[in-house]
Design a protein around this ligand. Structure first.
Ligand code: CDP
Length: 216
């Protein structure tokens, strides 16, 4: 099904720079910015708060089904509330970094969140970042980008954010899971951001979007 609004999909592995690029791009274009990783992180925090083992798929599914997940907008960015609690301050906690790949591999979790992601496109032009946005969530969009960077640069970027985050383990898990793994969509434009600033990557994307005829 073709979405009602324009969607720019930005996928890539951990710490590749896609969040900074996607946020800046959305701001430049006046599109809504949606960080799908933050949605998986919020769910992970919620199930951990409920004492659920991140390897217990059945209980995770049950816990998520009985939660009230509300998506709202603030400053042209999406926010997620779970049972009226805003988990924003906890999304980068060590235990969330550690558990998120396992929780997000549960098919029911993905079903519930993907439906929310698609619903944003009914009312807004979007820049959405994640792992499977071009390959699965919005396969029909003509605007797909895959942002990569060398493993060394990605490690360095995450360490500079002061976080303990096993990004190589997360990439392995995200790429090898059964439910919509991290892949490069066939029609995605790949950008290696290792040696480029955010502004130059955003510039390259905007150039490409214009070439593809997106009216911006
Ligand atoms: O740390 P980074 O910003 O690179 O990751 P993130 O975008 O916050 O995503 C955190 C985790 O959520 C990923 O490692 C995946 O396990 C999961 N995720 C996913 O499965 N599908 C998405 N579309 C986005 C994130």
């Amino acid at each position: 099904m073709k979405e009602a609004h324009r969607v720019i999909a930005i996928d890539g592995p951990a710490a590749s720079g896609k969040s900074s690029v996607a946020r800046e791009l959305a701001q430049r274009l006046g599109f809504l910015y949606v960080n799908s990783g933050a949605m998986y992180r919020a769910i992970t925090w919620h199930v951990l708060q409920h004492g659920v083992d991140p390897d217990d798929g059945a209980r995770i599914a049950q816990t998520v089904e009985s939660a009230r997940i509300t998506c709202c907008l603030e400053n042209n960015q999406s926010r997620i509330l779970i049972d009226d609690v805003d988990p924003t301050d906890h999304l980068r906690d060590d235990r969330v970094n550690e558990g998120v790949s396992r929780v997000s591999s549960v098919p029911r979790v993905r079903e519930i969140l993907v439906a929310k992601m698609r619903s944003y496109a009914r009312h807004h032009d979007l820049v959405m970042e994640g792992r499977d946005i071009g390959s699965f969530v919005f396969p029909d969009t003509a605007y797909k980008f895959y942002i990569d960077a060398s493993p060394e640069v990605r490690l360095h970027r995450r360490a500079a954010q002061g976080q303990r985050d096993e990004i190589a383990a997360r990439d392995r898990a995200d790429s090898s899971r059964r439910a919509s793994p991290l892949v490069i969509a066939e029609d995605a434009h790949v950008i290696d951001s290792s040696n480029f600033t955010i502004e130059s990557v955003v510039g390259e994307i905007i150039g490409r979007l214009k070439m593809k005829g997106l009216a911006i």
